[in-house]
Design a protein around this ligand. Sequence first.
Ligand SMILES: [Zn+2]
Length: 149
Amino acid sequence: MGDETDSICPRCDDETIHRVVAMKDKKIHLVICRRCNSQHRYRPSLATITKKVPLPSERQAKVLKKVGSVRTSRPQVSLNEWQALKEIAGDKEPLPYDPTASYREKQIVSHRIFGLGFVRKVIDKSKIEVVFEHEVKILAMSRPKAGQK
Ligand SMILES: [Zn+2]
């Protein structure tokens, strides 16, 4: 209690320092974000999640190095981010990706080719940035349906 820990803040959409306010079963339960002061359930930091996941290949090791050191706004492959988002999403049902549908940030989509993805950013009325397991894609949305003008 009262300790500080790195955790993912759903409001900041980032890994930030949090103060522990409640424990449950000897684990951190509730935290308050030091950046935005919002209270939410503890989400393990990217580093914590990474530790649990075996990363055997060199390629994945490189991805791991990138996270935490470089933060660019440019879409990039980020396995850790995908895993963190998956953890946050829990067992929410993914929505089948359909370019004529519209999506909001943090929604889960399942894509015919790319698999499970998370809407990281709504770029504009017709484009979303989606984090898939192996790549970040800009996908179309709210496209007029065929025959609809
Ligand atoms: Zn926050």
